[in-house]
Design a binder for this molecule. Sequence first.
Ligand code: ZN
Ligand code: ZN
Length: 574
Amino acid sequence: MFPATLCSVQLPPSFPKLTQQHKNFQTDSLTTHLVSNFNCPFELKQVHAHFIKTKTPLSTLTLSRVAMVCSSSPAFDYAHKMFRHVDNQEIVLWNSCLRSFAEGNSPIEAFRLLRRIRLVDLFPDTFTCSFAIKACSKLLALAEGRVIHALVEKLGFKSDLFLLNTIVHMYASCGAMEDACCLFTRMVERDVVTWNIMITQFTKLGDMGTARDLFDEMPMRSVRSWTAMIAGYVQCGKPKEATRLFIEMEEAGVEPNEVFHEMEERSVVSWSAMIGGLAIHGQAEEALRLFKRMSKIGIRPNGVTIIGLLLACSHMGLIDEGRKYFASMTKDYGIIPQIEHYGCMVDLLSRTGLLEEAHEFIKNMPIKPNSVVWGALLGGCKVHKNVKLGEEAIKHLQELDPLNDGYYVVLSNIYAEAGRWEDAARVRRLMRERGVKKTPGWSTMAVNGVVHEFVAGDGSHPNAQEIYEKWEELLHKLKAKGYVPNTSVVLLDMDENEKENVLYRHSEKLAVVFGLISTSPGTPLRIMKNLRVCEDCHAALKLISEISGRQIVLRDRNRFHSFMNGICSCKDYW
Ligand code: ZN
Ligand code: ZN
């Protein structure tokens, strides 16, 4: 039985009143259904009324569901009063809501809920705080994060390691490395997670020196510590250090025991991941060297290893090596080539300009070629200016991937470069007719924990004026270094001057210029781009890395480019 006082729980005024019509609907079966399926405060109220009428104890309700349904104000007070009578672990119920807000898509709701919890004088526990901190990390809300950190100290939770780790992570992901370091140094106890958070963050910032100091100093390492360091070296263009550490890790991890086969399995997975990682970061030579080492110690490659090798060959234009690896996968290792392997081979042949051979290769494939395979041929046709095979490729792509604008853009480019303006216009007309829209290019970059988004041609960024001025200044220096705007990548019908202006407003250029004016000298710039980087931006970014003395890491749709001292890690092969 529930206490009589519950009957007098006052519902907030915003609760809908039950009308006669509603009451008629309150059949028993409906209520029985609602008891476990109520989805809003109104339905909960129906259930509550039913319980009072039938003298059913409230504790039979799923209380976590009550909390979830009432976590929004003003129903919160209603649920809080209800819990006071049935549960002495109320905070646990609200924690489950906080958690789903913080880890789901509504971290802002977690803040609101925390405020309500504080207002009714409920005592938060360490979980309450950690979920709230998680919400801060997600929203990059540093100021709120500090307030909750202060609360943690005030409540006397400062010896809770799990909670402190969450706070270190919050500071680090908001870009407040000084606060993260300060807390890290003050922590009486640290575990491997604490160290990993710090190491990962420093590698993301490109500060491999500090990351390495921490790595060497840490008392115990996990796989995550090793992989964070290795990935950091690869991304900042230090493949030799990466490989050295990888081999050290493998050696440290090799402890022969009775689960040997499994260990070999794990080994081939990590070696393949390493080879593939090096290959897509443009460290092809290092990838091939690592493969030789892998074979030497007797680890047999799998299908994934071969993809890494073919990618490496493709990026370096190593046609004979590529053919050799492709042939040996069946001959020496009994691996049946999958569509990805064929795709890599077509890519390799097409990039090196062996377009006819690539076409023959596709025609002889024992499995149906997909859009990646034809797309690779089309890419080669653009570089090597082959209109005929480009048309052949697009014929298949129209069927396989009709709404992908990228292929139409490439074909239109091929025509434009061959001076076939009529055909270029026809492709654009075709795009319109089929409802294919050109995806707008955008780039993002985080500065001091705030993510900035730049859309091509867009002047809406608050610092747009400053960015354009800095670009003009930079453009003089670029031209002095030999930069000539490559207007062939602009598809629109307009005069050269206008085309140049379109080119200058490509999103990755805006992002880089913003990075230059808003970070201190020497800070590496990290940019994400939704499309493949165009030839012009690629050329400009190389020169900007030289002029500014900055490392620029650009993740485009296909791969990582790391620009440094006027060179890109992809060696212009992307
Ligand atoms: Zn561009
Ligand atoms: Zn590149």
